[in-house]
Design a protein around this ligand. Structure first.
Ligand code: GSH
Length: 227
């Protein structure tokens, strides 16, 4: 399989797919969308215009969860999902929770940082509180049904999704001087996930890109081109 991953490095969705490709040991090339995501040039390659986009032997895919499901079917070993149906459903639920609650809470803070969060400390506090609440629910989910780092203690779909989404949220909260302390189970789970080389590599790429993005908007008169 010839695989090209289109993405921007700050994106938690892109980091999710990068980690999954590495977990599967699938060689791939990573490219930025020409003229940015959503551009006509990029839509000529990936019609949805969103990132991540995955081009497999010339065929475009989009949607990070659909991409992970494709990888799981196309290259079953090592698995991203446990073998039992309930474990598979819970792992998928965790990946969905990551997108809908954790990533969404972090993403909502990007515009605040761009427009200058110091002018709106209330919005900064609300953004951090939203993420803290999502993490508290994740802690409850982990307590009720320990999952993740599966199967067999290896990182899988839940780790690919949650680790970058949590990292992104933490960095944004720290930027607006509302640093979060992760709840204990989430903290242990993040530390374990970060020991996997595939997750660690994807987190490092995303972290470096986030650092650069944040520094650009921190600078007086900062600008960031697209995004
Ligand atoms: N549900 C999508 C969401 C991806 C997404 O929102 N990507 C953003 C960048 S982080 C994007 O491409 N936005 C532009 C668009 O959707 O047209 C996925 O899981 O891949």
């Amino acid at each position: 399989m010839q695989i090209v991953l289109y993405g921007v490095a700050v994106s938690a969705f892109v980091a999710k797919v990068r980690a999954a490709l590495d977990l599967k040991g699938l060689p791939h090339e990573e490219r930025e969308p020409p003229d940015g995501y959503g551009s006509a040039a990029y839509r000529a390659i990936v019609p949805a215009g969103s990132v991540p986009g995955l081009v497999v032997d010339g065929a475009p895919l989009f949607g990070s969860n659909a991409i992970l499901e494709f990888l799981e079917e196309a290259a079953p070993e090592p698995p991203l999902l446990p073998a039992d149906p309930l474990g598979r459903a819970l792992t998928r639920a965790l990946a969905g929770y990551s997108d809908d609650r954790i990533e969404a809470a972090g993403r909502a803070m990007f515009p605040l940082v761009k427009r200058g969060w110091r002018a709106d400390p209330e919005a900064a506090a609300q953004g951090a509180a939203r993420l803290a609440e999502a993490l508290a629910r994740l802690e409850d989910i982990c307590a009720a049904a320990p999952a993740g780092l599966a199967p067999g203690g290896r990182a899988g779909m839940a780790e690919c999704a949650l680790a970058p989404a949590i990292q992104m949220g933490f960095m944004l909260c720290e930027e607006v001087e509302r640093p979060l302390t992760p709840p204990p189970r989430v903290a242990r789970w993040m530390a374990a996930a970060g020991e996997d080389p595939a997750i660690a590599r994807s987190l490092a790429i995303q972290r470096a890109a986030m650092d650069e993005w944040l520094a650009r908007w921190r600078a007086p008169g900062g600008s960031c081109g697209r995004g």
